[in-house]
Design a protein around this ligand. Structure first.
Ligand code: F3S
Length: 63
């Protein structure tokens, strides 16, 4: 599974890299970016929690 951040929606709240730093990080322009490789199995739960925690629903996780 992979994570995707819609950079038109992200308001840079910083929650996702806090909840799952293995998958999400903030870019220089304060928008979140997700790794473009498969989410490691051991952090998949955290990645999904980050997705659920996003206040503007900017994160998608799918195959
Ligand atoms: Fe942006 Fe949502 Fe993460 S607003 S910083 S994608 S939690």
């Amino acid at each position: 599974m992979k994570a995707y951040v819609d950079d038109d929606l992200c308001i840079g709240c910083g929650t996702c890299p806090e909840v799952c730093p293995e998958v999400f990080h903030m870019t220089d322009d304060d928008i979140a970016h997700a790794i473009n490789t498969d989410i490691p199995e051991d952090v998949l739960g955290n990645a999904k929690e980050a997705c659920d925690s996003c206040p503007v629903d900017a994160i998608d996780i799918d195959d």
